[in-house]
Design a protein around this ligand. Structure first.
Ligand SMILES: Nc1ncnc2c1ncn2[C@@H]1O[C@H](COP(=O)(O)OP(=O)(O)OP(=O)(O)O)[C@@H](O)[C@H]1O
Length: 350
């Protein structure tokens, strides 16, 4: 298990700066997702960790040792890409063994590792098949096995599930998470999918425009984003302007009592973030005595297990998400309520 650190890392391609400066520490055995929109610099960051790109400035350390100048083949990292890059003319087991063969590993050692790894990735029954005879998920498991058999100290995955359909992606996420936890291998995973990052990672590094915008555990990132851009990127639908005065947020639809142990606010302007699933929708105002907002349902989207309501509250459209145990009709007058500790405030800089 290896600890990975990036210290003041910058990457320029000619006159273009892809990464302005990144400091990041990945603990030994941790799974970290690099998350961000297309072109933000995720792959460049991963490639620098792997040794496929040399940083223009800064250092990359593996277990406190500077590896910035160490070549990719000497860094002992395992790479898995979106495209599986399997050898089409080789069977599963030949593909998996390939890395050890070219290293000249003794054949009995290769055989022992092969059995171990085919068992780990549950590919034993497919060992004599060719890549064309496998599903996308199976091919990706071969690609992972081929990397793991070389015993890398760090596993690096660049959008490995991007080619798979939604259901298979879900299965593969659980597979990768299980595998990573069983092996305890330090893993860096590039994705532009927020849900994937949150489901898989111990911590998520959000990269915007070549900078680390936030580095946190998934729940912290989701509940307590440190900017509106991050809140938006993490799928928040209810972000409203507010004026903060004495622990109260004044909004266009009314005053909201805040919990100052959750967000230490000072007086000034900013935005409140109300998670759609944290809001209760009431048909009468008798059930709540604080943070009560009057409104009218103007839209309903049914997703099966859950339903989204759009509620007009004094001209602001608030989204409420609840389980679809009941259905509230469009046009119905309602009240919304939210507990102070579920409100997050993003303040404008002074
Ligand atoms: N070899 C290169 N030469 C010049 N510019 C490059 C090179 N590699 C990457 N870039 C640029 O650096 C920026 C970051 O690219 P990178 O591939 O790291 O982004 P990304 O976040 O992984 O995006 P995506 O999700 O689309 O793969 C992009 O603007 C890209 O065009």
């Amino acid at each position: 298990m290896t600890k990975v650190q990036l210290k003041g890392v910058r990457k320029e391609f000619g006159a273009f700066t892809a990464i302005s400066q990144i400091d990041l520490e990945i603990a030994s055995g941790e799974l970290v997702a690099l998350l961000g929109p297309s072109g933000c610099g995720k792959t460049t960051t991963l490639r620098m960790m792997a040794g496929l790109e040399v940083p223009t400035l800064g250092q990359i350390l593996f277990d406190d040792e500077d590896v910035s100048e160490v070549r990719v083949q000497d860094r002992n990292v395992g790479m898995v890409f979106q495209r599986y890059a399997l050898f089409p003319h080789m069977t599963v087991e030949k593909n998996v063994m390939f890395g050890l063969k070219v290293r000249g590993t003794p054949s009995d050692e290769i055989k022992r590792r092969l059995e171990e790894i085919l068992d780990v990735v549950q590919l034993d029954q497919f060992r004599h098949r060719f890549p064309a005879q496998l599903s996308g998920g199976q091919m990706q498991r071969v690609a992972i096995a081929r990397t793991l058999i070389t015993n890398p100290s760090v596993l690096m995955m660049d959008e490995p599930l991007a080619n798979l359909d939604t259901k298979l992606r879900g299965e593969m996420r659980r597979f990768i998470r299980d595998l990573q936890q069983r092996l305890g291998i330090t893993t860096v995973f590039v994705t532009h999918d927020q849900v994937e990052a949150m489901e898989l990672a111990d911590r998520v590094a959000v990269i915007f425009n070549g900078e680390l915008a936030q580095y946190d555990a998934p729940d912290a990132l989701y509940q307590r984003p440190n900017s509106i851009e991050i809140a938006d990127f993490m799928g928040a639908s209810n972000i409203f302007k507010a004026q903060i005065t004495g622990g109260i947020a004044r909004t266009a639809f009314g005053d909201l009592q805040l919990d100052q142990t959750v967000c230490q606010v000072r007086d000034g302007s900013g935005h409140v973030l109300l998670r759609a699933e944290a809001i209760d929708l009431l048909l009468s105002d008798a059930d709540a005595d604080q943070n009560l907002i009057a409104g009218k349902v103007t839209g309903r989207e049914f997703f099966g297990a859950t339903v989204n309501y759009t509620v007009d509250c004094n001209g602001e459209a608030i989204t409420v998400n609840e389980q679809s145990r009941r259905m509230v009709d469009v046009g119905q007058d309602v009240w919304l309520t939210i507990q102070p500790q579920r409100i997050w405030v993003i303040q404008n800089p002074v």
